[in-house]
Design a binder for this molecule. Structure first.
Ligand code: APR
Length: 236
């Protein structure tokens, strides 16, 4: 079943799967481990207190990787969809900057971004992507009189995603809700499809495999986003 998206209020939610073909590893596809740590054990406020240098090295490696990866056809296709629709809101769980570099703007990063760091004391974020910001040593802020340590500007497990008010309003109000490349394991993002459904939106899923919440969608397209999204967008 297909529908024309032109002049519709469209909200898109992306997950790690849309960046997979750019070479950014997803969380739950492979072994889900990083240096023998479960992602849940590295990406928590408790881990930052217990072993900040382990957490720091994990995120510095991912921040450096941003310089090596490029947007793929799925990112470009979404930027094309944005031009085609009357109204498109793009929400991502991804912390990379590949949507922006693919031409999408603005992007709501509900789980934070790798490009910025956040002062541990004041909570202020700064884009910090110079060479000296990407080292194994900790990085200090520019906002405090006595510089404080900066933490990754990432929403960790147990923390509240960013911009939830805007997200709930947009998803609750949209006519078409599209999820691309997400395993449906992490809430509240995974529950947004239910909000869209309860408000009568048409819901579409594009994913490499059937995720646990695939029954919640009206329309399901199975395949690699970089391979199937360009053609789907063409026909939407
Ligand atoms: N095209 C489309 N989908 C793909 C592709 C691809 N090329 N490759 C993988 N996928 C699918 C996988 O089948 C899987 O269902 O993308 C999904 C990725 O799932 P996860 O790795 O769990 O990523 P995501 O859903 O974004 O994770 C949510 O978990 O660790 C946290 O905060 C982190 O934002 C992240 C959140």
């Amino acid at each position: 079943m297909g529908m024309t998206l032109k002049d519709r209020k469209v909200v898109v939610l992306t997950g790690a799967g849309i960046s997979a073909e750019s070479g950014v590893r997803t969380f739950r596809d492979n072994d889900g481990l990083w240096e023998n740590h479960r992602i849940e054990d590295v990406a928590t406020p408790e881990a930052w207190v217990r072993d900040p240098s382990l957490v720091w090295r994990f995120y510095q490696a991912r921040r450096r990787q941003l310089l090596e990866v490029e947007p793929n056809p799925a990112h470009f296709a979404l930027a094309g969809l944005e031009r085609k629709c009357g109204s498109l809101v793009l929400i991502t769980q991804n912390v990379d900057d590949l949507h922006e570099r693919g031409g999408s703007e603005p992007v709501i990063h509900m789980h934070g971004t790798l490009r910025s760091l956040r002062c541990q004391e004041t909570g202020l974020s700064e884009v910090r992507m110079d060479e000296r910001d990407l080292v194994e040593d900790f990085v200090l802020c520019n906002c405090c009189a006595v510089a404080s340590r900066m933490r990754p500007d990432i929403v960790w497990f147990g923390e509240i995603p960013l911009e939830m008010g805007v997200i709930q309003r947009e998803v609750g109000d949209c006519e078409v809700f599209i999820v691309i490349g997400s395993s449906g394991h992490v809430y509240p993002a995974a529950g947004l499809v239910n909000l869209a459904n309860s408000n009568g939106a048409h819901t579409i899923l594009v994913n490499f495999e059937l995720p646990i919440n695939s029954n919640d969608f009206d329309e399901v397209h199975i395949g690699k986003a970089g391979e199937i999204l360009p053609e789907l967008v063409e026909n939407w």
